[in-house]
Design a protein around this ligand. Structure first.
Ligand SMILES: Cc1cc2nc3c(=O)[nH]c(=O)nc-3n(C[C@H](O)[C@H](O)[C@H](O)COP(=O)(O)OP(=O)(O)OC[C@H]3O[C@@H](n4cnc5c(N)ncnc54)[C@H](O)[C@@H]3O)c2cc1C
Ligand code: FES
Length: 348
């Protein structure tokens, strides 16, 4: 098995319990069934990639961990039904204690770095899952003040209601939980959200939810003066690729202009020749290196690296925000070189 195949080595998780959170959402607590248990080392805000055995054949989907790695709770994902959605409905209807799923290692960069700043956590519907992991972690091991603003269709759709009430009661000096219910307050437009989404100075805002809600929340926060570099967002979409199957052999151009790059990966430094019409991930895989990736379509952030020197052009970017870009974060599955020499580290 080549080093590239090793990255694809999926392991399996077994469902310990299924918790019916609402009529439309379940949480699955998970145990590693095969492979290294260390695979369950994850950071708050990261996701698992699952192969879901749907009726018409398996589909690959990402689900954020809603648990905190700093609690005794087993790793947990929370899945909400999407109308006519294939994998989400399959999970809600069929997952039971003992069900086994193929998964890839926890991945993703929706992970706070500055835990001292005040947090404004903004969630819509199922977007509460990574937000819950961040909230549980902040309360468990940090001291920063937190406001959670959580939007839903109606009271019956609110996931984690009882726990959120209990957390707010237990941390009255640090945590404020505020709800927006469409059934009472109407559609959460940017104009309407401005009075709801107010952030303390120096706040970092973390947003996750349906695309129209996120766009409205982002506009409201920026209109309220929140520094765009302090705004972090996680986008939920369905993958169209299958990261469990063998990656197509990378095509490396021979005629193009090339750059030279130094790449730090898994504590080793490699020097590569990188054609300017080829994405970094393909070059690394062609070299036999076990570079991280999940979707290969600029959606999941699983291939993120830090650009320490040089310039790249990203073909697509559906996941990194301004703050990530300013910090030098780029996507290996989308980056072509735009300078002669580059210095890169996979440290995300
Ligand atoms: C990083 C990340 C983390 C995520 N975390 C979570 C999480 O914690 N919890 C969670 O619930 N979800 C999460 N998601 C979303 C999840 O991965 C799935 O996208 C979601 O469950 C819907 O998948 P599905 O198979 O049920 O729906 P799909 O079958 O993919 O359908 C989605 C929608 O598109 C429509 N549709 C499907 N096919 C077509 C077509 N051919 N033409 C037109 N419309 C179509 C469907 O009607 C449906 O409304 C996350 C996604 C990402 C990328
Ligand atoms: S592998 Fe998902 S963004 Fe690159």
């Amino acid at each position: 098995m080549s080093a590239t195949d090793l990255h694809r080595l999926a392991y399996q998780v077994k469902v310990r319990d299924v918790i019916q959170e609402t009529a439309d959402a379940v949480s699955l607590t998970l145990d590693a069934a095969t492979g290294p248990t260390a695979s369950f080392d994850y950071r708050p805000g990261q996701f698992l990639t699952l192969r879901v055995p749907c009726q018409d054949g398996p589909l690959t989907r990402c689900y954020s961990l809603s648990s905190s790695p700093h609690s005794d709770t087993p790793p947990t994902i929370t899945v909400k039904r999407v109308p006519d959605g294939r994998a989400s409905n399959w999970i809600c209807d069929n997952a039971s204690p003992g069900s086994v799923f193929d998964v890839l290692l926890p991945s993703g960069g929706f992970v706070p770095r500055d835990w001292s700043a005040p947090f404004l956590l903004v969630a819509g519907g199922s977007g509460i899952t990574p937000i819950m992991s961040i909230l549980r972690t902040a309360l468990a091991i940090h001291d920063n003040p937190i406001t959670l603003a959580y939007a839903n269709r109606d009271a019956a759709s609110v996931i984690f209601t009882r726990e959120l009430d209990a957390l707010a009661r237990d941390h009255p000096d640090r945590l404020t939980v505020t709800h927006w219910l469409e059934s009472e307050s109407g559609r959460p437009t940017a104009a309407a959200l401005r009075s709801w989404l107010t952030a303390a100075p120096r706040s970092h805002a973390y947003l996750c939810g349906p695309a129209p809600f996120m766009a409205a929340a982002r506009t409201a926060l920026e209109a309220n003066g929140l520094d765009a570099a302090h705004l972090h967002a996680e986008v939920f979409t369905s993958l169209t690729t299958d990261p469990f199957s063998a990656a197509p052999a990378p095509v490396i151009s021979e005629s193009a202009t090339t750059a030279t790059a130094t790449v730090e990966l898994d504590d080793e430094t490699h020097s590569i020749t990188w054609p300017d019409d080829t994405v970094l991930l393909d070059v690394l895989l062609a070299e036999g290196l076990d570079a991280p990736y999940v979707c290969r379509e600029g959606t999941c952030g699983g291939c993120a690296f830090t650009l320490r020197r040089g310039e790249v052009h990203m073909r697509e970017n559906h996941t990194l925000d301004q703050h990530d870009l300013a910090r030098g974060t780029r996507l290996a599955c989308q980056s072509e070189p735009r300078s002669d020499t580059l210095d890169i580290v996979f440290d995300q």
